[in-house]
Design a protein. Structure first.
Length: 152
């Protein structure tokens, strides 16, 4: 089912076993609308990366207004939103679940004690409280595509 935000890679997709080259991080998250590939922390865990069905296809779009240097060197910038940043901002403004400080402290303690449920609980944090549907979207064709290191 594709109506739940699932991305399914083609069945015979070859796995990328190469390491990420440092020049992949040349572009920075300099403003709102920057699109980057998330290099998930789960990629370092053998349980995930050795699973033949595991494919990391997560990406993010910065919502600005300013730079996000905390993402530089961790995610690979590969594009920018040229039209429709107002739609991205509307999606980003959807209210999300934010646990209280006490719940966060209990979760930290549970994780420290080795309780596997701590990560499961953390997975629902910051998720939208209502479903967001994206439909009838496409790719804007640009005559002379270029991304400078500053993403003007």
């Amino acid at each position: 089912r594709r109506d739940r935000g699932e991305v399914r890679p083609p069945l015979q997709l070859a796995r990328n076993t190469e390491s990420v080259k440092s020049d992949s991080f040349l572009l920075s998250h300099s403003r709102g609308g920057v699109v980057s590939l998330c290099l998930s922390e789960n990629d370092d865990e053998d349980e995930f990366k050795l699973d033949p069905n595991y494919h990391n296809v997560e990406f993010l779009i910065t919502t600005g207004p300013g730079p996000c240097p905390q993402l530089d060197g961790k995610n690979i910038v590969f594009g920018a939103v040229l039209e429709g940043l107002d739609v991205v901002a509307a999606i980003a403004s959807t209210p999300t679940y934010k646990p209280s400080e006490r719940i966060r402290q209990f979760n930290d303690l549970a994780e420290f004690l080795g309780d596997e449920r701590a990560q499961n609980a953390r997975n629902i944090w910051n998720r939208p409280l209502k479903t967001v549907y994206i439909s009838d979207c496409g790719e804007l064709k640009v005559a002379n595509p270029s991304l400078s290191p500053s993403l003007p």
